[in-house]
Design a protein around this ligand. Structure first.
Ligand SMILES: Nc1nc2c(ncn2[C@@H]2O[C@H](COP(=O)(O)OP(=O)(O)OP(=O)(O)O)[C@@H](O)[C@H]2O)c(=O)[nH]1
Ligand SMILES: [Mg+2]
Length: 434
């Protein structure tokens, strides 16, 4: 880790009342003493300062705080300058800091320092990145839990149990069978099975956690002209999608994000499905199929005046019969009879959609905040444990080796065991100043 002093704007870009500029380096005491004209330096104390450049010209009146190593975000000495948020002020402070021999940080560099100085592990940093992206309350809760180290505790606990099992199994090789305590093989195997089950459960919750993070995906699917776009506009509350009586109006996927009761929801209108020779429409239909795959909830939309003989429903779909103003039939059980034109039945449908979201996502923010990276490593760990269990047959050597590899996979989640690619992927999620 290089010892250069770095700085960056840690608050958002653009005009604002206050901007926070963060500086981190091995030794910043002298710099801060210069800022405060050699008054007594108290760490974590807010100083009101007339910040002057090397020509003694006033740059801005700021508030600055000194955090002494190791009690800072990065673990190094840190200075936070709270200046006025004007771009000209920030620019001026930056050029002054450059004159002092400091350099602009690269994205995620503060967190990288925090990692190297053992202030955060990679799971915490994943949490920080997710928190900075949080748009909804559920995202905030799930990310915060991970950032403050609660997920790391779970991983650490798994890892230490694995190391224990592996070491124990390896040690047993040194003893003759009749020297070992009774049932020792069974106990070791059971402990491995319990870990396998726990990781399997965590992985089975991935879809829910992904929905909290990237949004609960709802897709409107159906034949052309049934009124999908009309319903979409009703649900999102504005005329986002083009509506016309020409079949095949919607060609591309039209998406809109909503915050429903603290959950991020992506709702998509799609091209109507029919056999078409038109290349553009065909591509649209392919995209519709991809949306169906991706959806957590499908609204299967039909037109009341042209109902098919048979309706097949999947367990992730709701049946919606639109244009019910054109027909009095209400024969299909469990279907929502609506009219996108008059607004009839929309309230009941919205209520059912909300119930579905709550059914899928309530309390899921407390689950392990698994992302693509951690999912793949958890899957590796699960597979190693499975191999340990399946190939056991009183062979402690094999058990020890597979469980040790599982513990390595968990170690990679935390960054205890790490490769350059993992590190780069983790820190590149973060933007400047973090
Ligand atoms: N009577 C009646 N007409 C409707 C209703 N909903 C939509 N329509 C009409 O049906 C036609 C098709 O509506 P769209 O919303 O464009 O249908 P779509 O399913 O998106 O069609 P494609 O994009 O071509 O697949 C339009 O002329 C709408 O005005 C409804 O509830 N009742
Ligand atoms: Mg349409």
């Amino acid at each position: 880790m290089n010892k250069e002093t770095i700085f960056a704007l840690s608050s958002g870009h653009g005009k604002s009342g206050v901007a926070v500029i963060r500086i981190s380096g091995a030794k910043l005491k002298d710099t801060f003493l210069k800022f405060i004209n050699n008054k007594t330096l108290k760490p974590r104390h807010a100083y009101f300062i007339n910040l002057k450049d090397s020509e003694n010209d006033l740059i801005d009146q700021v508030v600055a705080v000194y955090f002494e190593s190791p009690h800072s975000f990065t673990g190094e000495d840190v200075i936070e300058i709270h200046s006025h948020g004007a771009p000209a002020v920030i620019e001026k402070i930056f050029s002054y800091l450059k004159q002092l021999g400091f350099r602009m940080a690269t994205p995620g560099e503060f967190s990288r320092k925090a990692f190297y100085n053992n202030k955060m592990d990679l799971a915490d940093i994943d949490g920080l990145a997710a928190l900075l992206d949080a748009q909804t309350d559920a995202q905030r809760k799930n990310a915060l839990k991970s950032m403050i180290g609660q997920d790391s505790k779970v991983y650490e606990n798994w890892r230490s149990k694995m190391i224990e099992i592996s070491a124990y199994a390896a040690a047993m090789l040194d003893y003759a069978e009749d020297e070992l305590p009774a049932n020792i093989g069974e106990k070791t195997l059971n402990a491995t099975k319990r870990l396998y089950k726990e990781i399997e459960t965590a992985l089975s919750r991935y879809a829910a956690v992904r929905s909290i993070r990237s949004g609960f995906n709802i897709a409107l699917i159906g034949k052309t002209n049934v009124g999908k776009s009309s319903l979409f506009n009703r649900l999102v509350g504005s005329a986002r999608a083009i509506v016309s009586d020409i079949p095949g109006t919607t060609r591309d996927v039209v998406s809109h994000q909503l915050d429903i009761d603290g959950y991020l929801v992506n709702i998509s209108d799609t091209a109507g499905i029919r056999s078409s020779k038109n290349t553009v429409e065909q591509i649209g239909i392919e995209r519709t199929k991809a949306e169906m795959e991706n959806a957590d909830l499908i609204l299967q939309v039909y037109s009341a005046d042209k109902l098919p003989k048979k309706i097949l429903k999947s367990d992730k779909s709701l049946i919606v019969i639109n244009k019910s103003d054109l027909s009095d039939d209400r024969d299909i059980k469990d279907a929502f009879y609506i009219s996108a034109k008059t607004g009839k039945g929309i309230e009941e449908l919205t209520f059912a959609i909300k119930s579905q979201i709550h059914k899928n996502l309530d309390n899921c923010e407390s689950y392990l905040s698994i992302n693509e990276r951690t999912k793949s490593l958890l899957t590796d760990a699960k597979n190693e444990l499975k191999a340990a269990i399946n190939n056991f047959n009183d062979n402690y050597d094999i058990l020890s080796e597979h469980v040790r590899m599982a513990s390595d996979a968990i170690g990679k989640i935390l960054g205890t065991i790490t490769t350059a690619e993992v590190m780069d992927a983790t820190f590149s999620q973060l933007c400047l100043g973090k």
